[in-house]
Write a protein that binds this ligand. Structure first.
Ligand code: ZN
Length: 195
């Protein structure tokens, strides 16, 4: 349903832009999002190689194209349940800018943010969140608590999912597939692991 609505909206936008002669801008924007998402996917791959659930994130100043912070998921190695990729990228960006607000910056992440990360995104005043794969079990933007839609959320970023979703999903599936086999043998139900 959401996909259909987005597709309809995108088609309308494309039509409007085609008429106004600015159609090329839409494709430039898609290229731009994919380029940054590829950096986040590289960080997700690095997390997988370290034995962590493969999620990567970056904070970008879209006005300059500069990457301000990067984060790979690391809760196991750091003994830190808050060390999700988004939180690590936000911390690095805030440290780099010496500012606890990241007003107007964009966060790219390979998986739909959880409720903790959605909270951090809102506190940081991130202006736009772009993610790759949806997370029906742990996501909190278009699933579960839909954090940014709550009246208690006072800073709601623009949101967009589905950028390079297939590549992010393939990374996650590749990570979990060998880990699920023993569980199935012992009769436990296979499910995605929390980070
Ligand atoms: Zn999270």
């Amino acid at each position: 349903m959401r996909g259909a609505l987005l597709a309809a909206g995108a088609a309308e936008t494309l039509f409007g832009l085609a008429r106004s002669g600015r159609l090329v801008g839409v494709f430039e924007m898609a290229d731009h999002d994919e380029r940054f998402m590829r950096t986040a996917l590289d960080l997700a791959q690095a997390a997988a190689e370290a034995g962590e659930v493969p999620v990567g994130a970056i904070v970008v100043d879209e006005a300059t194209g500069k990457v301000i912070g990067t984060g790979a998921n690391r809760p196991v190695a750091l003994h830190d349940p808050t060390a999700h990729a988004e939180v690590r990228a936000i911390r690095e960006a805030a440290e780099s800018l010496q500012n606890y607000r990241l007003t107007g910056l964009t966060l790219y992440v390979t998986l739909e943010p959880c409720v903790m990360c959605a909270g951090a995104i809102s506190h940081a005043r991130i202006g736009r969140v772009v993610w790759a794969a949806d997370d029906p079990k742990g996501g909190a933007v278009v699933h579960g608590p839909k954090f940014f839609d709550q009246p208690t959320c006072h800073s709601r970023p623009a949101v967009q999912g589905g950028v390079l979703a297939d590549e992010a999903s393939a990374l996650l599936k590749g990570f979990f597939a060998p880990r699920r086999k023993p569980r199935r043998k012992s009769g436990e139900q296979a499910s995605s692991e929390p980070r």
